[in-house]
Design a protein around this ligand. Structure first.
Ligand SMILES: Nc1ncnc2c1ncn2[C@@H]1O[C@H](COP(=O)(O)OP(=O)(O)OP(=O)(O)O)[C@@H](O)[C@H]1O
Length: 373
């Protein structure tokens, strides 16, 4: 259990400013995922927390104890930070069995043989690899080796577990199983976890909070639900969600405190309580972007009041879900249904969209101005 507080962290590699004023608090017991596209600074942040990198500016505390104070050139040794790190490349010792790979660090801590055995076997069972305890790493698949690396980190009962893309070598099916195991592990150990990934599904499924990065900056820190339902800007909206969110241009104006929006979906008025406190023009018309999740668009083959007449451009039933491309004039939207639903291409249908679920962004600033409710 640990609480980590990063304040005003800047990291440069030469003239390359890779972390820009990072302020992030990870509460005791959080499963905090650092998420973002390749090269945005997730791994560097993890390396700063672990002590493998020294930031040029900023401070960090773990449970109130200062670990970094760049002004005083103070950086606590990695071994003094009470954490354990699992990298994407899991570096198991090739000449030791799985059992010994895990026991080694515990022996150094001078634990009793019985305690070592209990911890090794518990962590192997937790990662479902106890049957491989006498094998050598070369006798395991990449995914099994990755699980040994996690078991090794877990066995030392760290207060803080840092995981850098630990599921990257697993096939799709095992990845789902391991997501479930990591979620259980977090609950059972109660450990604070910081987890790096560029995979939004991993982030949305396991985390208690997600820190979304954009080019060295923190863009949004929120629960998975809030990040998915109300991405803070158009970049976040576009990054989160699969299939991607539908974006549609419109015009907006604030009239009597309410937001009046016009687009190819028609005209709508949103009450003041759905608007964010972000600054946006309080008078005159301005450009906006409507963002609608594909699963918020329902298709009716019969006319429905308030629904938008559209044609079926493409229809992709794929077992558990169906993705359908709809056309309204020159606008194209994706709609997502559960199950296998077939439409004829060019069939005329009606799209039903719950206005409350639409996010609206200021096109110029790209910031969220109307929340989904
Ligand atoms: N040792 C280094 N020297 C110079 N530049 C570096 C070094 N390590 C990282 N960088 C640069 O810092 C930036 C952030 O890298 P980082 O590894 O933190 O990104 P990331 O978000 O973890 O990406 P990925 O998902 O690809 O691992 C990148 O532009 C990278 O090229």
């Amino acid at each position: 259990m640990s609480r980590i507080e990063l304040k005003h962290i800047d990291k440069f590699y030469g003239s390359n400013h890779v972390l820009r004023d990072i302020n992030l608090t990870i509460e005791d017991g959080d499963f905090m995922t650092l998420l973002g596209p390749s090269g945005c600074g997730k791994t560097t942040t993890l390396r700063v927390v672990s002590g493998l990198e020294k930031p040029q500016n900023g401070t960090m505390t773990i449970d109130g104890v200062e670990m970094i104070n760049a002004d005083d050139a103070y950086y606590a040794e990695p071994s003094k930070r009470g954490l354990n790190l699992v990298f994407q490349s899991y570096a198991l010792w090739p000449h030791m069995t799985v059992y010994d790979n895990i026991a080694f660090g515990l022996k150094i801590q001078k634990m009793s043989k019985a305690e070592i055995d209990r911890r090794v076997m518990d962590s192997l069972r937790m990662m479902r690899i106890d049957m491989y305890k006498d094998r050598y790493p070369t006798e395991l698949s990449g995914g099994q080796q990755q699980r040994v690396a996690i078991a090794r980190a877990v066995a030392s009962s760290p207060k803080l577990l840092l995981l850098d893309e630990p599921l990257s070598n697993l096939d799709a099916k095992l990845r789902i199983d391991m997501r479930a195991e990591l979620q259980r592990l977090h609950k059972e150990l109660g450990t604070t976890i910081i987890y790096v990934t560029h995979d939004q599904t991993e982030a949305l499924t396991m985390s208690t909070k997600i820190a979304l990065f954009k080019a060295g900056e923190l863009n949004q820190v929120a629960t998975p639900t809030e990040l998915y339902n109300n991405p803070i800007d158009l970049e976040a909206a576009d990054f989160i969600g699969n299939p991607r969110i539908n974006l549609l241009d419109g015009k907006a104006e604030v009239i009597n405190g309410q937001l009046v929006v016009k687009s190819d979906l028609g005209g709508h008025t949103f009450p003041a309580e759905h608007l964010t406190s972000e600054e946006f023009p309080k008078s005159g018309e301005f450009d906006c972007v409507l963002a609608i999740r594909p699963e918020q668009i329902a298709i009716s083959t019969q006319p429905v009041e308030g629904a938008i007449p559209v044609t079926i451009y493409a229809n992709q039933p794929a077992g558990s879900e169906t993705i359908t491309t709809l056309k309204a004039g020159t606008d194209e939207f994706l709609a997502k249904d559960i199950g296998q639903i077939r439409y004829d291409l060019d069939q005329k249908v009606w799209a039903i969209i719950d206005q409350d679920k639409i996010n609206i962004y200021n096109k110029e600033t790209t910031r969220l101005i109307k929340r989904a409710v």
